[in-house]
Write a protein that binds this ligand. Structure first.
Ligand code: 13P
Length: 254
């Protein structure tokens, strides 16, 4: 059994409406209520407007819920922003920060990502900090340099250990082309070593993989020693696929 509890997180991105999200939450809840998922942690991250719905439908189920982003500010005149304390009020246990879609489309820098992670930890919420290289960076052999830079920016914040790193190579997201287990393992081992070098408790920090994870690709990823779960996009919009990925994580041994 993995020494770190595997985390399988669904990132719903900006998808669904009240009816479809309610149906999906209810299907996931009944699968988890009827199954044996005690060895893993399962998390759903719906869009902000459906967090209260998730809290309502998942309450006292084994599945927890979280947000896809948070403000880097504590409170104040920041129109449109959502604070870490507000997420805590909604029962969020986790929140994603630094997703490549936010770094790329909304100009989030490493400094902003570190501030967001800091706000979450201060509110008692576990940040899921996304890192990962573009295809051009990988092809130029810059993967480790990019990861080193992104990890170094947050290592001071995650020293307490209550954080998750998500390795999401940008070229694998939504492409249907997941990294090979060996490629992902190499990146995860590098990330863990970098956390260790920066003084963070690397053995405790879960490093999860994201990018075209599906029911078919999950098992081979989860048996890798440094892969502690998955951040699932598209496949988390299908209850059967998400539950199958969770089952693979439950069975992961090394
Ligand atoms: P896909 O699983 O759809 O590739 O998305 C991955 C992702 O971006 C999760 O945060």
């Amino acid at each position: 059994m993995k020494e770190r509890t595997p985390l399988v997180a669904g990132n719903w991105k900006m998808l669904g409406d009240a009816a479809s999200n309610t149906a999906l939450l209810d299907r996931m809840r009944s699968a988890f209520d009827g199954g044996n998922f005690a060895r893993i942690q399962a998390l759903i991250c719906p869009p902000f407007p459906y967090l209260a719905l998730a809290a309502d439908r998942l309450r006292s189920s084994p599945v927890v819920w979280g947000a896809q982003d948070v403000s880097d500010q504590a409170e104040g005149a920041f129109t449109g922003e959502v604070s870490a304390n507000m997420l805590r009020d909604l029962g969020c246990t986790h929140a994603i920060v630094g997703h490549s879609e936010r770094r790329g489309m909304h100009g989030e820098t490493d400094t902003v990502v570190a501030s967001k992670a800091h706000r979450l930890i201060a509110a008692g919420i576990c940040p899921i900090i996304c890192v990962g290289e573009s295809l051009a960076q990988r092809q130029s052999h810059l993967t480790e340099a990019v990861l080193a830079h992104q990890i170094d920016a947050v290592v001071g914040v995650v020293k307490g250990g209550a954080a998750v790193i998500a390795y999401e190579p940008i070229w694998a997201i939504g492409s249907g082309r997941a990294a090979t287990p060996e490629m992902a393992q190499a990146a995860h081992a590098f990330i863990r070593a970098r956390l260790q070098a920066g003084g963070a408790p690397a053995d405790q920090i879960r490093v999860i993989y994201g990018g075209s994870v599906g029911a078919a690709s999950a098992s081979a990823l989860f048996v890798q020693p440094d892969i502690d779960g998955a951040l699932v996009g598209g496949a988390s919009r299908n209850a059967d696929d998400f539950v199958a990925i969770c089952e693979s994580a439950t069975q992961a041994k090394f």
